[in-house]
Design a protein around this ligand. Structure first.
Ligand SMILES: [Zn+2]
Length: 236
């Protein structure tokens, strides 16, 4: 084998580190699936939401910076988010790889992630994308109903309906829909979040690492399909 071929093999294997990026709209079940894949593949689930919460409690230099932005109500700049992810990737449990969830959110972040990984001699190996039709997203995201007597009694008109429409099973009180879950609010949120997500998806499609999986089937089946497409990338 020539030295170029050896170097090529090493690059392809990326030291066989598996950097997986989960993609999916709100309501697609991305977090749940990332958690399941984490168990199945033995890779840590790195959610940027959790990283942020940890940072806000941390007294590290980076933690203080993040807190500064959040407390002033400002947006945390990409380089800080990337540094946060980079720190997490340096932890011993991430040596074999990670499942990223909630990052990258923009093409600029995706490019920054690529640069960071390239310096570490690796790259994103798979981007499973849970594809759910918009009308189904809307139904999932607007279906929550809460008890007017005890807000711990939570239902979902499709996924977990009460025995009697609009009535709490536990205490017979009426159920209501939070303003946050109204169709108008949810649609507004989707209109804001989906366009940058589709740009990131196009970016990964261009880099031939995108793995679309239909999300309009039971969660267990989505997991099976996700595992199948991810494992496929290993054998080719
Ligand atoms: Zn109740």
């Amino acid at each position: 084998m020539t030295s170029e071929a050896v170097a090529g093999t090493a690059a392809r294997n990326g030291g066989s580190r598996r950097i997986i990026v989960m993609m999916g709209a709100p309501g697609a079940g991305k977090g749940t699936q990332a958690e399941r894949l984490s168990e199945e593949l033995g890779l840590p689930h790195v959610s940027t939401g959790e990283l942020f919460r940890a940072m806000l409690k941390s007294d590290s230099r980076l933690g203080r910076k993040v807190r500064g932005y959040v407390e002033s109500g400002g947006l945390v700049p990409d380089e800080i988010v990337v540094a946060m992810v980079e720190d997490r990737l340096a932890e011993p449990d991430a040596a074999a790889g990670v499942i990223l969830d909630g990052f990258p959110r923009t093409v600029a972040q995706a490019k920054a992630l690529d640069r960071m990984l390239e310096q570490a001699g690796t790259s994103v190996c798979a981007v499973p994308y849970i594809e759910v039709p918009p009308e189904l997203l809307l139904a999932r995201l607007t279906g929550r109903r809460i008890c007017t007597k005890d807000d711990q009694h939570v239902y979902h008109v499709v996924a977990m309906p009460p025995a009697k429409d609009g009535i709490c099973d536990v205490d017979g009180a009426e159920l209501y829909q939070r303003a946050d879950d109204s169709e108008e609010t949810v649609q507004g949120r989707l209109d804001q979040q989906l366009p940058p997500m589709f740009e990131v998806i196009d970016y990964y499609a261009d880099h031939r690492v995108l793995l679309p999986v239909p999300g309009d089937m039971p969660a267990e089946e989505v997991t099976v399909e996700l595992l199948r497409v991810i494992e496929n990338t290993r054998s080719t």
